[in-house]
Design a protein around this ligand. Structure first.
Ligand code: GCB
Length: 600
């Protein structure tokens, strides 16, 4: 569990410098790097861009598919003006595990490839000099780790990952690295939760500082930089008259500034943008500020050509423009927490996010791409170790993202195997342990796979609302049989309707792989026409049930997966191609979504 997850910034008390650019990089095929003193010097490095996944730069398959240990290094100048402050390196994402060394000294390790961590390097750093930053990393997959998979050794001795999930295991420093400096006595964290009154809102805040000395004051400013509320103390209330609420696709943000002072001296300052809004689940409605919201949006991936899973501001900007053009208002961070910039975009644009932890692949048969291993995942002897890592990552995700108005809900699993009773104790523990983590008490959920239906899932009691991933028309009842697919879907939904469950259901995945440019009349699977017909089928079904409160087809864009006989260079269920151009279905769906009011 990480303590320091605030987004870095530069101001009169703090310093933040991105260390993006070319780093030294080397594969450690024999895992001998540590013994051979690579912490002091990589023997034969190449240059590698950061942030980036290393895989797709290579033109040979052994390098692209490389599995095992690999190293990064960079010389980093630390200015003397930072003396007296805490010096840190903040890694946005190191996929999947990393150990940090500075000037030969081991600083810390971290596991989990999609969340940030801070390495406090104060004791190792040399001021006004270059410092050697070295990372030993590893990208293997294991059943007791997130995301889940296996690492096989081929007969030729080379390792290969076998993901239990359907996205390429892009590896490396996928997000920015920051050199940061903060005062010793600094703001470690804050929370801000709103309640609404009659033309008035109260922002209940808490501030955690690294030391107990000093006093804390908090100021809230509107977009015109006018102070609208102030308060003193480490916990308090900011009362805002005539608040401009953050709303879906109508975002209004305030700037919250925290100051720590002692004897009239400013010791630390931290500012962030927050939104005033509430989220509730009321019967089968999802409500923002007490108003029902219908989710229109996508499952997504952080995925693009060349740099793989790297966060790319340009791709992100394009994705938001596409989602806005579509009339979307939401997305799920399938299947891992995204770069923090994504949440900042969503805060500004008024998008709702279902924030998902990388608990994906918790289902042996789901790995149909691998031939499927037919046993219940939660019967495995790896679940105890897995649980610890899973809880750790849920904790960090909530800790990192809790102040974003855009975050609607926490998705604690994607398609776990819940059709066997052995899942129940794991779920019981996870839902109990995460209940109090979010000061805003957002709903918690998980996606139910095709096999985990109203009849078969043993874990229906846990989510606050339901996410259903369903693939009739594609993985079963496909082609001309799609009418039976529709009938089956309706049979299941009739059972939800007839039950005493009164919670919203959101369709979080459905779709058809579609080769752009492939036209066929009448349609066949993989054609642009078939993708539209499949979406039309689902939309007919959604419009028949009032407890269906959202639709997020799979996927915004085509994306890279492991190679296999079900994939033609990746998953092609995108409404957009991997280079973010529309398929025919995008025009169809846009038409539908522009007609559906956000507050319908
Ligand atoms: C799913 C998974 C997603 C896959 C998708 C598919 O159920 O959640 O990761 O990419 O199906 O297209 O098979």
């Amino acid at each position: 569990m990480e303590q320091e997850l605030l987004y870095p910034l530069t101001n009169k008390c703090r310093f933040d410098q991105k260390l993006d650019g070319l780093w030294d990089f080397e594969f450690d095929r024999e895992s001998q790097g540590l013994a051979d003193n690579w912490t002091a010097k990589l023997p034969d490095p190449i240059k590698m861009p950061v942030p980036a996944s290393f895989n797709d730069f290579f033109t040979d398959k052994d390098s692209r598919e490389y599995t095992g240990d690999f190293w990064y290094a960079k010389r980093v100048f630390v200015p003397g003006s930072l003396r007296g402050k805490l010096i840190g390196l903040r890694f946005g994402a190191a996929t999947h595990r990393a150990t940090v060394y500075v000037n030969g000294q081991e600083i810390r390790s971290h596991e989990g490839g999609f969340l940030p961590f801070l390495a406090d390097i104060t004791s190792a750093v040399k001021f006004d000099e270059e410092n050697l930053v070295v990372l030993e990393m590893n990208n293997e997959l294991h059943r007791d780790a997130l995301p889940a998979g296996d690492t096989a050794v081929l007969k030729n001795g080379k390792k290969m990952v076998k993901p239990f999930f359907d996205f390429y295991n892009y590896s490396g420093l996928n997000r920015s690295v920051h050199l940061v400096a903060t005062p010793e006595n600094h703001v470690v964290d804050y929370t801000a939760v709103s309640t609404l009154g009659d033309d008035l809102a109260t922002v209940h805040y808490t501030v955690t500082t690294s030391q107990s000395v000093g006093s804390v004051s908090v100021t809230l400013r509107d977009k015109d930089d006018q102070i609208v509320a102030t308060s003193n103390g480490r916990t308090g209330d900011l009362v805002v008259q005539h608040p401009q609420l953050w709303n879906v696709r109508d975002a209004h943000l305030y700037t919250l500034t925290i100051q720590v002072t002692a004897n009239d001296n400013l010791i630390d300052e931290y500012s962030d943008e927050i939104g005033i809004r509430t989220i509730t689940i009321a019967g089968h409605q999802i409500e923002v500020n007490g108003q029902p919201v219908y989710l229109k949006g996508f499952g997504r991936h952080e995925d693009s050509i060349y740099a793989g899973r790297a966060f790319d501001l340009n791709v992100e900007k394009r994705d938001f423009e596409l989602m806005k053009w579509m009339g979307a208002n939401s997305f799920r961070t399938s299947h891992y927490p995204y770069d923090e910039e994504v949440y900042r975009f969503a805060d500004r644009e008024g998008f709702l996010i279902i924030d998902e932890v990388p608990a994906v692949g918790f289902k042996m048969a789901a790995a149909s791409f691998l031939g499927g291993l037919d046993q219940s995942f939660f019967d495995g002897d790896w679940t105890e170790e897995l649980y610890k890592k899973h809880l750790d990552q849920v904790t960090d995700m909530i800790h990192r993202d809790k102040n974003h108005p855009s975050v609607l809900a926490w998705s604690l699993f994607n398609e776990p195997d819940t059709s066997s009773k052995s899942a129940v104790p794991y779920f019981e523990k996870m839902f109990a342990a995460t209940k109090a983590l979010d000061p805003d008490q957002r709903p918690r959920t998980f996606t139910l796979n095709e096999d985990d239906t109203f009849d078969t899932s043993y874990c229906k009691q846990f989510p606050d609302f339901y996410l259903l991933n369903r693939y009739p028309g594609w993985y079963h009842k496909w082609g001309y049989e799609i009418s039976d697919g529709e009938a089956g879907l309706r049979e299941e939904l009739d059972k939800w309707a007839a039950s005493d469950i009164d919670k919203p259901v959101v369709f979080s995945e459905y779709g058809a792989d579609t080769q752009p440019g492939l036209h066929k009349l009448p349609s066949v699977m993989w054609s642009e026409e078939y993708q539209i017909e499949l979406l039309q089928m689902f939309n007919r079904v959604f419009d028949s049930y009032d407890f269906i409160r959202g639709e997020q087809p799979w996927n915004l864009a085509d994306f890279q997966t492991v190679e296999g006989n079900m994939r033609v260079n990746g998953n092609k269920k995108g409404l957009f191609t991997r280079d973010r151009q529309p398929k025919e279905a995008a025009f169809y769906l846009r038409h539908r979504w522009l007609d559906i009011d956000n507050n319908f």
